[in-house]
Design a protein around this ligand. Structure first.
Ligand SMILES: Nc1nc2c(ncn2[C@@H]2O[C@H](COP(=O)(O)OP(=O)(O)OP(=O)(O)O)[C@@H](O)[C@H]2O)c(=O)[nH]1
Ligand SMILES: [Mg+2]
Length: 231
C-alpha cells in the first residue's frame, strides 16, 4: 500500500551555498507517495537533480511540489525545494532537493552539493541524443566523487513528445552500465513523476541497508540489487 506524502515550501539557496544569485519561489502544497519499505531512510536527506539545459529538471520538480507545469522556459541558476515526506509508519522525513543549472555547470558548487547529498537524479531529454551523452558524463563525474555504488537514477523526460531520438533500450543499457535505475517520465503529462520519487526513496533505502556500515557480502548484495532495480 502506498502512503500519501505531504510536501511544500521552497526557500533560497544562498544561505546554504553562499551563492549570490537566487531564484525564490513561493511554496505551495502537494502530495506524493512513498514506497512501502522506507525504514532505512534517514530523518533528513537530500537529492540533487542534474542534466543538460532544457531537459525538464525544474518542470519535474514543479510538478512534484506544486502540481503545475509551465511551457515557458526559465533557465535555473540554482534552487532548492524543501519537501516533507511522511513514511508508512507515519513518521516524518525531511527531503531537500537541489535543482541545478544545465546551462552553467558550476563545478565547485557541484562538489558542495554532492557532499551533503544522499542520491542523484540525472535527467536527459528523450528528444535529444546529445542530452543522453551529457547525462553519461554527469554520472561519471558523480561516481568519481561519490563512488560507483552511490544511488543514481537516470531519467528520460519528455516521453510525451513525438520527436523521440533516444530509444528505451539504449538508455536502459547506459543505466545498467553504471548501476543506475532507469525511468521514463513526462513532466507535461505528469506521467511517472510520483514513481520517480518512490524510486529515489527505494534506492536510498537499499543503499543504507546494504552498503553503508555493512560488510563485503552486503555490499555485493547491494550491487546486485542495484543492477536489478531498473524500472
Ligand atoms: N514536451 C515536453 N516538454 C517539456 C517537458 N518537461 C519540460 N518541458 C519543456 O522543456 C523546457 C525546459 O524545461 P525546464 O524544466 O526549464 O528545463 P531545465 O532542465 O530545468 O533547464 P535548466 O534550468 O536550464 O537546466 C520548458 O519549455 C518545458 O516546458 C515534458 O515532459 N514534455
Ligand atoms: Mg531548471
Amino acid at each position: 500500500m502506498e502512503t500519501p506524502v505531504q510536501c511544500p515550501l521552497l526557500k533560497s539557496y544562498c544561505e546554504i551555498m553562499s551563492h549570490p544569485i537566487v531564484v525564490k519561489k513561493k511554496s505551495e502544497s502537494k502530495f506524493f507517495f512513498a514506497v512501502e519499505n522506507t525504514s532505512r531512510i534517514p530523518r533528513k536527506f537530500s537529492v540533487a537533480f542534474y542534466g543538460d539545459k532544457k531537459v525538464g529538471k525544474t518542470s519535474i520538480l514543479q510538478r512534484t511540489t506544486t502540481g503545475c507545469y509551465h511551457k515557458k522556459y526559465e533557465p535555473t541558476i540554482s534552487d532548492i525545494f524543501e519537501v516533507e515526506v511522511q513514511k508508512q509508519d507515519c513518521s516524518k522525513t525531511h527531503l531537500t532537493v537541489y535543482d541545478t543549472s544545465g546551462l552553467h555547470p558550476f563545478p565547485a558548487m557541484m562538489r558542495v552539493t554532492l557532499s551533503h547529498c544522499d542520491a542523484c537524479v540525472i535527467v536527459f531529454s528523450l528528444t535529444s541524443e546529445k542530452t543522453l551523452l551529457f547525462a553519461e558524463n554527469k554520472i561519471l563525474e558523480i561516481q568519481k566523487i561519490k563512488g560507483k555504488t552511490f544511488p543514481c537514477i537516470l531519467v528520460g523526460n519528455q516521453s510525451d513528445s513525438s520527436n523521440r531520438e533516444v530509444i528505451f533500450e539504449k538508455a536502459l543499457r547506459l543505466a545498467v552500465k553504471y548501476s543506475c535505475s532507469y525511468l521514463e517520465v513526462s513532466a507535461e503529462l505528469n506521467k511517472n513523476i510520483n514513481e520517480l520519487f518512490s524510486s529515489v526513496l527505494k534506492k536510498i533505502n537499499n543503499y543504507e541497508r546494504y552498503f553503508k556500515n555493512s560488510n563485503a557480502f552486503q555490499k555485493q548484495r547491494y550491487k546486485m540489487m542495484s543492477d536489478l532495480t531498473l524500472l
